[in-house]
Each structure stands twice: as C-alpha cells, then as structure tokens.
Design a protein around this ligand. Structure first.
Ligand code: DGY
Length: 345
C-alpha cells in the first residue's frame, strides 16, 4: 500500500484511480492520503473497515458499499464521501442523512452540514451515451452472433433471412428515466431516422424532452409502443426491479431492451423468461446483479442477450475526468466550499 504521512487531514482512497485524481490530491497540499493500490481487486471489506478509522474523507468507487458499518468504523472525523461515479446506490444516503440530524440535535443548534457527498455526473454522459448506442446496435443487428458464425464455419451461402435483426429507421425509441444521459442517447439515435422518442419518469421533464422532441407517456405505453427501450434511470427503492414480468409482458415481440443504468432495475429471472420465450426479441445489458455476473448464469446461455462487463463510462478521457472531479469534490468538501457536483442530503 502506498502511504503519504503528514499532519494534514487524512483521506482514504479505496481504489487505484486514474492518475488525474491522485495528482490533484497530491499537489493540493491540503490532504494526506492512503490508497488501496490496486485496480484489479477491490479493497477487502475488512481492510476497508480498518483503513477508514478516523479519516476525514473517503474517495470511493461503486464497488464499495458505504453503509452504517463503514460510517461507524470511520467515526466522527468523517466529513466527506466522494464517489467516482454518477450512480450512488452504493452509498447509504439514509445513514448519511441520519448523521446530519444527529449533529444538529447534539449541538442543539441548526448546523447545515454533516457529511458532504460528491459524485461525478455530466463528465461521463458522452461516453455512456456512445456505449449505449453501440450496445443497442450490437444487440439489434446481432453482431456478436454474426462474428461468431463467421469465425466458426457457420457462414455458408448468403441467405435471405439469416441473422436478420431490427433497424432504427422508422422506429419508436422509449427512454425509461429521462436525464442528461437519456437525452444524449436520443441525440445520437435521431440521425438513424428514428420516427418517435417517448419517455417515462416520475414526472414529465419538459425542458429535457423538448431538446429531443420526446413525448411523455405512462410506463404501460412505454412498454407497448417502444421498439427499442433504453433504461437510463437511477437505482432507487422505487425503481428496483421495475423492469419485470409486468413490463416485459406488455412489450412487442420484436422489441429490444437495453440497460446501461444499474442491474438492480431489472428482475433478471423475468428478463430470462421474456427472452427465452420470445416475449421480447433481444436484450443488451451493461449492468447486472451481481457484478461480475457468474459465467454459469442462464442469461449467458441466450443468443439474444448481449452482456458487457459494466463499461459504459470506460474511455480513457472520461475515467480521467471522473477521477479528477471526484478529487476536486473531495477537496472542496473538506474546505467547506460548494462541491462541483454534490448530492444534497
Ligand atoms: C457510474 O458512474 O455510476 C457508472 O455506472 C460507471 O461509470
């Protein structure tokens, strides 16, 4: 493990993050940090619980559950949790909120700040949208099956219906959870001559929808009308397994389901059933439960299911930007200044 000792506030970094962020921490002169010096293996839970003791700030990635146990282990010095991710379902916001309330009650004054929480939206929007489009086309045009056939002798004569898929031209694309990423996906798909964009969310989002001329519909209508359904919502208690038997049963037999948000949004048993029974045509997943998905998982047996290992934001420039943003959020939080991207508890 790499260690830099001084009397400055202590930071624990739970992963060897891209150099941009480490450079910012190192050159700030504001903190001392210790890191789990590997990108290949996540920090073991026991080590994490040991290392966070007494730290002032924590910079984590999405593989670490920052829950009551970790917050208790860190103790009252902890002022900032900064995650190098746009998703924050691995952070127990309830626990973080509780600590803010305790601080208020204990001091008997209204203090606005407990533990501050930073995250990294926006900088990954382009990379995630790009990968979503790549996954959608790979799935709908059956590219994995096609390369496999070409390599393994399945390529016989040219055939009229062999490896046919579905095209975007004249299609209806549905977005479940319209945010910046959903808009960026739609902007990239529009030149493929999509006929109509529809979306659903907890409420209409007219500002965002206007940019892509998307119509707000109910969840039922989204399922019924979409030729391509892209899941872009955050994982919350409300969205957990919202893509289930009920949704798949309303979708067209020719529809393609794409998920680049979080695996927990999908009931995977129901998805397997929908794919294997022909209820829907195909699915492309960048996220699953668990991650990694065991190679023995039934979804891997299906030709009409393309599974990627959670790489939507994996471009060098984006991961560098995420690392830098996470480091800057952390330093700003420790200085009690507004973070660039902060989750308000
Ligand atoms: C995130 O940031 O939450 C993505 O899933 C990984 O980059």
């Amino acid at each position: 493990m790499q260690k830099e000792m001084s009397t400055l506030p202590r930071v624990y970094v739970t992963r060897q993050i891209p150099p941009e962020g480490l450079k910012i921490l190192r050159e700030s002169g504001q903190v001392q940090f210790e890191l789990w010096d590997s990108d290949d293996v996540p920090v073991p839970r026991k080590e994490l619980l040991q290392k966070v003791k007494g730290v002032d700030a924590l910079l984590c990635v999405l593989t670490e559950k920052i829950d009551k146990e970790v917050l208790d282990a860190a103790g009252p010095n902890l002022k900032v949790v900064s995650t190098m991710s746009v998703g924050f379902d691995h952070l127990s916001l309830e626990e973080l909120k509780k600590r803010l309330l305790l601080l208020i009650l204990h001091l008997c004054v209204f203090v606005h700040e407990g533990i501050r929480v930073g995250y990294t939206p926006d900088v990954l929007t382009d990379a995630v949208a790009e990968l979503t489009v790549a996954l959608l086309l790979t799935t709908s045009r059956r590219l994995i099956e096609a390369t496999h056939e070409a390599k393994t002798g399945g390529w016989g004569t040219w055939r009229t219906l062999w490896l046919c898929g579905y095209e975007l031209a004249d299609s209806t694309v549905g977005i479940l959870g319209l945010g910046r990423i959903g808009v960026a996906i739609a902007e990239r798909l529009a030149p493929f001559k999509v006929k109509k964009f529809i979306y659903t969310d907890v409420a209409p989002r007219p500002e965002l929808a206007r940019a892509i001329n998307a119509e707000y519909v109910s969840m039922d209508e989204l399922a019924k009308q979409s030729d391509f359904l892209a899941v872009c919502c955050a994982l919350t208690p409300e969205t957990k397994e919202v893509c289930n038997k009920n949704l798949f049963s309303k979708m067209k037999k020719t529809s393609i389901f794409i998920n680049t948000s979080r695996g927990g949004v999908v009931n995977q048993d129901d998805l397997y059933e929908a794919l294997s029974s022909g209820q829907i045509a195909a699915a492309g997943l960048d996220v699953t439960v668990p991650e990694p998905l065991p190679t023995s998982h039934p979804l891997f047996t299906l030709k009409n299911c393309v599974i990627l290992p959670h790489i939507a934001s994996a471009s060098y420039s984006t991961r560098g930007a995420m690392s830098a943003l996470a480091a800057n959020n952390l330093l700003l939080g420790l200085r009690r200044e507004p973070m660039i991207k902060e989750i308000k508890l």
